[in-house]
Design a protein around this ligand. Structure first.
Ligand code: 3SL
Length: 231
């Protein structure tokens, strides 16, 4: 099994996702929210790229969730905080979600991969187990921020690479990510402190989401894209 890390969706044209398991990663906060949502009984998530598509689902009766630049979209039912998905009243619901980078990365992977999974620190070991079960080459796709590389997604990609020593690496991005994780695994906040998105979320007063999303192995669920929805 081969493992690669694509540090931004803008780099995806340089990789071949065909026949691979693609793990979409947006630790802060889209994929952490998706994992949390399914773990708390939400039936399915429909990830969409554009706000207008999300509103169309809302008009059809689904809840609309997500953000732009970290803030809830006007008229949406939910923002993009993992804590918003822990409500008893949401159990069994299907939610349409659009986010600045996370759902764009899912969209970019569509149509090429054999399987599209959603990963975050919250379900790290469950993702590794799922990848071992699928027995396919792995492409870890970091959502980054508007085409740029970010620390948190690279760090988590490294956690997966480091957690799969049996995988074959011929990709420098995978080596960089794994080394980053090995160096900082015991104190992620030390390196995350100065990151652009951590600063952005702090300016919005969303510190508690950061701490929550950096926890490892809180949940066992691995959202998998089936048709247009994550289940
Ligand atoms: O970029 C994204 O998709 C979001 O996860 C960003 S935020 O953390 O909700 O601001």
């Amino acid at each position: 099994m081969k493992i690669e890390v694509c540090m931004s969706p803008d780099l995806l044209p340089h990789y071949d996702a065909g026949g691979k398991c693609v793990v979409v990663i947006d630790v802060l906060r889209a994929t952490s929210c998706m994992v949390t949502a399914l773990a708390h009984g939400i039936e399915a998530i429909i990830p969409v790229k554009e706000i207008a598509e999300c509103r169309q689902w809302q008009q059809k009766g689904l809840l609309a969730a997500g953000e732009r630049n970290g803030q809830k979209v006007e008229g949406f039912d939910l923002d993009n905080s993992p804590f918003s998905y822990m409500q008893e009243a949401l159990k069994g619901q299907t939610i349409a979600v659009t986010t600045t980078n996370g759902t764009t990365a899912i969209e970019a992977a569509k149509g090429k991969a054999a399987h599209i999974l959603v990963g975050a620190f919250l379900n790290k070991s469950a993702v590794i187990d799922a990848l071992r079960r699928f027995k396919k080459d792995v492409l870890l796709l970091c959502a980054g921020w508007k085409g740029r590389v970010n620390m948190e997604d690279t760090l988590f990609a490294g956690a997966i690479v480091a957690g799969m020593p049996e995988a074959y690496i011929e990709d420098d991005a995978a080596l960089i990510a794994a080394d980053l994780y090995r160096l900082h695994r015991h104190n992620k906040m030390e390196i995350m402190h100065h990151c652009s998105h951590v600063q952005r979320l702090k300016r919005l007063g969303i510190e508690k989401d950061i701490d929550f999303c950096l926890q490892e192995d809180v949940y066992q669920v691995v959202p998998v894209l089936q048709e247009d929805r994550l289940v």
